[in-house]
Ligand binder design. Sequence first.
Ligand SMILES: Cc1cc2nc3c(=O)[nH]c(=O)nc-3n(C[C@H](O)[C@H](O)[C@H](O)COP(=O)(O)OP(=O)(O)OC[C@H]3O[C@@H](n4cnc5c(N)ncnc54)[C@H](O)[C@@H]3O)c2cc1C
Length: 321
Amino acid sequence: MEVENLVIIGSGPAGYTAAIYAGRAQLKPIVFEGFEAGGVPGGQLMTTTDVENFPGFPEGIQGPHLMHQMRQQALRWNAKCITDDVVDVDFSQRPFRITAAEQVVYAHAVIICTGATAQRLHLLGEETFWNNGISACAICDGASPLFKGAEVAVVGGGDSAAEEALYLTKYARKVHLLVRRDRLRASKTMQDRLLNHHQIQVRWNCIPLSTHGDDVLRWIRVQDVPTGAVSELSVSGLFYAIGHTPNTQLFRGQLMLDEAGYIQTNGKSTATNIPGVWAAGDVQDHHYRQAITAAGTGCMAALEAERWLAEQPAGSILSAA
Ligand SMILES: Cc1cc2nc3c(=O)[nH]c(=O)nc-3n(C[C@H](O)[C@H](O)[C@H](O)COP(=O)(O)OP(=O)(O)OC[C@H]3O[C@@H](n4cnc5c(N)ncnc54)[C@H](O)[C@@H]3O)c2cc1C
């Protein structure tokens, strides 16, 4: 049976960074890039246009181009990239068994980088205005000229929604927070900050129905839930802050996950509860959720995997090198 040193599952910034580091360490990593499970090969940045906050690109860089460059760099260091979904893993046996849609691979070590999926509302017009007014990340997109001095709306009632709304006040003139119920789930501190902010208007019992505009978003239809009354709200931005779903269905029952389904890692390390399995990027991080932090933890996971593999008994590893 052929056994690989390291399999990396996922091809966002975390997966490709792990592949670059592992490749340079001569581990010949196999990267399952995904196909249709949990996003697209290249990850979440494939669905955006300008990335303005990834260091090294003072003029910004298109998300798909950045991911293409990361992939090329991984290939240069002999990562083997396979565009296929992993459909099953077995971490109860060693070497680990990783089953993809079209093949089964055995490996001594695994780095999980399957990311998370931002929840969408699938409103009428959403596809048209995605990246042209609609976003799931204020920190990523809030500084866009589209929103400077404009009115924008944020959907959600939790801490993330509160954070997004507060962040957007740096750029937008006014932020409408659309809250489905008559109360917020956000912490008391966040609620106080929100409710006392002169640029934020909380619209209770309010849901968005549809989005409208020309080449960019201009207005949305909203509904008052108790009365059913529909009205129009002129906004240039609509930010979803209704949660993310970590792509961890595969790992349920095999790894320790937190209540929201994120993989639990050990303190400052990317180690999971199974020796030889690490997790990097958004799949284990519901706090920062940025490309650079995903890449950073991908680097950490590869370095940890390299050291762990080197510590294993002679002859039991590097079979693929
Ligand atoms: C619209 C949008 C704009 C954004 N803009 C910015 C920005 O400007 N700046 C910034 O820093 N961050 C931005 N982000 C956030 C950033 O994209 C994420 O933090 C980052 O991509 C997380 O990287 P990751 O590697 O953890 O996972 P992801 O990018 O989510 O990649 C996950 C990968 O796992 C693969 N996968 C999932 N399941 C499987 C499986 N079963 N088998 C094989 N592969 C699988 C997917 O195909 C994908 O390749 C944005 C996010 C979105 C949605």
